[in-house]
Design a protein around this ligand. Structure first.
Ligand code: HEC
Length: 201
């Protein structure tokens, strides 16, 4: 064989080994994963997203929340994810069977959100935080998402959903700030992020 054939073979085998290791074997191992059904209670784990949460998920993807937030709790001794209270157990590939596209993220400018629904179940907190992170978390570098809210003239009774804004943050007399449909869906999605269930295996 001449040199060209050896070089071609070398390059081919390198790419073939990489494809087998990074694409083929992981696909064989994980693509058959399905949600698990508990025979006694009939519950499905992970539970499928509600329609509203799915809509909220599309807002999460569109707004690029995943630029700053991961959704994967790592186990092992080499990191502090569990000690930080980001989850009761490490993430499992099965946790993501309903997720397309995946929003695992890679940067952790903010905390991991894999279990934010368990950690922070309050709608009121999420609305205030999205409207202006400074109101709940002084010094936060998270951007405000005010465009997900509507400034509305109060007609009759004020809305029960209106944000309780104080001081400089409060709207003009006779006006209220209410979450838009997108904000409500986004918060429904955040609250559905709770992977504290256990799998059988
Ligand atoms: C520029 C980076 C950045 C982006 C983009 C960002 N965040 Fe954050 N986020 C942070 C930081 C930093 C914190 C921690 C301080 C705080 O609570 O505001 C945080 C905190 C949070 C928390 C509270 C987490 C906890 O454990 O208390 C939630 C919920 C959250 N972000 C949701 C979102 C959502 C939803 C979006 C997209 C609409 C988003 N973030 C976009 C940086 C970001």
């Amino acid at each position: 064989m001449n040199y060209a054939t050896w070089i071609f073979l070398g390059v081919f085998l390198t790419f073939a080994a990489a494809w087998l290791g990074l694409v083929f074997f992981p696909h064989e191992q994980l693509s058959g994963l399905r949600a698990q059904k508990d025979a006694d209670s009939g519950q499905v784990f992970p539970p499928p997203y509600s329609g509203e949460a799915l809509y909220g998920r599309s807002v999460y993807v569109r707004e690029g929340c995943w630029y700053c937030h991961t959704q994967q709790v790592r186990g092992g001794d080499y990191n502090a994810d569990l000690a930080r209270g980001w989850g009761a157990r490490r993430s499992d590939p099965r946790d993501y069977v309903h997720d397309a596209p995946h929003v695992l993220g890679s940067m952790r400018t903010g905390p991991d959100l894999a279990n934010i629904g368990a950690r922070q179940p309050s709608d009121k907190w999420h609305y205030l935080h999205l409207y202006d992170p400074q109101l709940t978390s002084k010094g936060s570098v998270m951007p405000p998402y005010r465009f997900l809210f509507e400034l509305r003239k109060i007609v009759g009774q004020p809305s029960p959903e209106a944000l309780e804004l104080e001081g400089a943050a409060s709207p003009a007399e006779g006006y209220e700030v209410v979450p838009s449909r997108e904000a409500r869906a986004l918060v429904a999605y955040l609250k559905s992020l709770d992977r504290s269930y256990e799998f059988k295996e």
